[in-house]
Design a protein around this ligand. Sequence first.
Ligand code: HEM
Length: 415
Amino acid sequence: MAEAKRGTARPETPLAYCRKVWSVTTTSADVIYNPYDHETILNPHPLFRRMREVAPLFYSEEFDFYAISRFEDIERTLLNRDVFISRKGVTLDILKSDMEIPKGTVIFEDPPEHSIHRALLSRMFTPKGVSSLEEGVRRLCASLLDPLVGAGGFDFVGDLGMLVPMKVIGMLVGIPESDQESVRDHFYGQRSSDPTTSNSLSGDIFGDYIDWRADHPSDDIMSQLLYTEFEDETGVRRRLTREELLAYVNIVAAAGNETTRLLIGWTGLLLAQNPDQRRLLVENPALIRNAIEESLRCEPNTLQNCRFVARDVEICGQLVPEGSILATLTPSGNRDDRLFDDPDRFDVTRKIDRHLSFGFGSHYCLGQALARLEGRVVFEEVLKRFPQWDVDLDGSKFMYFADQRGYESLPVSIP
Ligand code: HEM
């Protein structure tokens, strides 16, 4: 069993460590990182390993941003919210586009707004509330999978990934089943090959639902959010406006749909590529929970999570000037051998107590418990019915975005 490395000799100060290891330049002739390069998006791991070795702080002249690749540097950066801020965007495209961020979009906020809005939004994700969804998620998976038994194959994304996360968010906020498909189409329809528009959060798909809920309150989370009083950043006690609530629901749907869909696709692929690991799960389903962690660690659905640098800062002995964009390379941190033994190996028994796939620090994913629950239940139900499958990579479709990488379609055949 591979263990997460613990107690690896730490430097007295992080900065001193960086200086010792890397103190010359931030660019290296043989390392070029292009977050739009399809080959890199598909398999960033060899390049990221090289970056961790020779360019832990990399500067891209072509796209004018910095990137860090080591686990500890990434964690430290994400913790320092005074210097590395989110309000100008957290993807390269948004940071470059200077787009206006809709109000209440927690993922793009800093204190004090972020703390207030996150506290309100976290009411959606109480441990009790999330675990109460498990039976519904299981019933949903069974209803999707049972008709596929005997069909000879299915699509991990088309038959599961596209449906489960969207319907579960519907369950979470109480959206009627009949409206859930248009919600999903709304979000997936926003993706285009133009990177500057691919993350648009516009749209009013939930507006009618909120208005209806305002007239028909119940004990669901939407009604609670509509009627909750809170103190805003100006000290005024009030309720959320319709626009604020709309932004909340939009961000939850945007943050929770595609990400979880990609997790389902990656896990379907990793298990097919590692049949010995899949067999372990069939023999011992209790390992599936950990297999989801290992899948998240090995193939995060994002290449990088960015921050705007609010003031001059030294990283790895180099000055990173105020106004820069800093990318933290999630798949790289997750395979840093300073922390993980044999990091490129997919090992469902690995002891994993940290990875970066849900972020770190104050913006740590609010939906992580729900995503973990969905991943676990989906694969418990899949493996019960299908202990083996072969992936048809030629028939698959991959989504080449730096902020969301993974399969749009992953057909498999059942031997
Ligand atoms: C495998 C699935 C998922 C992954 C990999 C993922 C990943 C992330 C990451 C990396 C962040 C932090 C972004 C940053 O630091 O800038 C984040 C934040 C967030 N996620 Fe997730 N997420 C997943 C599923 C979900 C789900 C299912 C929901 C809700 C239904 C959700 C809701 C959120 C929200 C609301 C935030 C913003 C938190 C804040 O800014 O304080 N996520 N997620």
